[in-house]
Design a binder for this molecule. Sequence first.
Ligand SMILES: [Fe+2]
Length: 589
Amino acid sequence: MKILGISAHYHDSAAALVVDGVPVCAVQEERLSRHKNDSGFPIGAIEWCLDHARIDPADLDAVIFYERSMLKFERILTSALRAFPSSWRSFPNAIKNSLGEKVWVRGIISSYLGVPRNKIFFTGHHASHAAAAFLTSPTRRAAILTADGVGEWATLTVGHGERANGTTDITLLREVRYPHSLGLLYSTFTAYLGFAVNEDEYKVMGLAAYGRPTMTEQVGKLIRRTPDGAFTLVPEYFEYQTTAARSYSSRFIDLFGPPRNAYEPIDLATTEGQRYADCAASLQRVLEDTLVDIARTLHRETGLPDLCFGGGVALNGVANARILTESGFERVFVPPAPGDAGCALGAALYADRIYFHNPDRDVPDHPFWGPPVNAAELAQAAREDGQGVEELDEGPLIERVADELAAGRVVGWMDGACEFGPRALGHRSILAAPHSIEMRDRLNRDIKYREEFRPFAPVVPIEAATRYFDVPPGGVRLSRFMSGVFPVRREWRSQLAAITHVDGSARLQALERGMAPRLYALLEAYGRRTGIPVLLNTSFNVAGEPIVNRALEGYSTFRRWGIDALVAGPTLVMKHVASPVTSLKEAVA
Ligand SMILES: [Fe+2]
């Protein structure tokens, strides 16, 4: 059975194709359109999926949209009417957005693809999140938690899933409904702290490490816990339910002080800068405490050792680590794409198993479902551009790249299929030596153009993870797709300064050889040179751009910014003018 899953019209659109129960490919629209977080109808992603699998739209057995658009419309309409007359300004906007695209999804899909309307189906938004988390994980029985901003009505669900005797069951037991939402609580603070909502939530998490949770009492006024273990938000502090213009109210400002101007940099040396950091730390603490309590209740209720966690909130690696260590679950599975893009795959798998009762199948445990890189394209572009191109066999290439990294050079690394999800997990990465603060600052300054408080992440062979990082039982699994933040062991912090956050933590990727064998070999080769098989691994993009997809996009980024070497397949391109080399000996010593 050939099933196409689609997520669109809210944030980060994507398409995924499942054939005979197994994913064949999946890609976010932004990787193809080159518009970061592209939320449009993912026609490019759909076309690529069908082309890649050599499937004609007429051959599709079903197309699944990741949420019930009529229900979402009902939520927007009902919320607007409830808030009337204060909502009158946002009402036309809500109607326009919903009527224009969201409600008439069946017609849009049918006309774009020429697929008959009776082959087009819908799943619940959180059912898609739940399926993306549970059906892509290797567990057969697990509790399920989903949390995001909002889908149709639900913002958080708890339940359980089971794969047994070839059949699949996903049961969502309870839900928290809009406007009560952990994701929207976090997004409200994201806006208040002057960052872009639905995009920069991870900056709030990074900033939190610089602050102290001195305002948890104030944050506690915004969110009330209910006897059943859930929560409600106190509406007087929020405005997102009444206007699209601002998410926090004047009472919110009374409580926390004036909001940050997005155009002013955060200076942590000032009282004001520290207030923002303390605010982020307080929010982060309250979010973690709430999630831990919900997960603990779910663990008690289900008695299951495994938890599958999906939805955009599952991108919060600090909270995930606390859920793992404090809720009672032995293992926590977060998929590589827990957000709405991942719902394209979740919806397709949900339809396959639940709607069509197809037999249970194991889903390969990796994130590499996107377009493959074309090394010949890189070689041709670099030659035409007059750059030195070398074609090397696998072994010599790995050794050569390890030499360059050990000499302090920054390497753009493209390998195989693009990652599905927001994180570079070894196929579209910028790699560098992880040892010195200078390297961190250089990357922030010359390539990523990011705030200084943003940490870089390390990648380490799975077998060596606990030597360098204080990873609890189950933490290595959580680190498979960089979903947990754990302490760097004290004795290694000075030698891993570029990837150690200000609070001593790191969002590591613990790499299994089978998942990305070339990167694994590179880590080994680098370890032979420096004694430390750890590399700094950051996504291959510059600020404001999506992660590179094609070799040409990698080449363009390499040419424009301070990357010294570029690799795709067997092709190595060295920039003619090398940047200053950090003394590795000094850094490691
Ligand atoms: Fe969502």
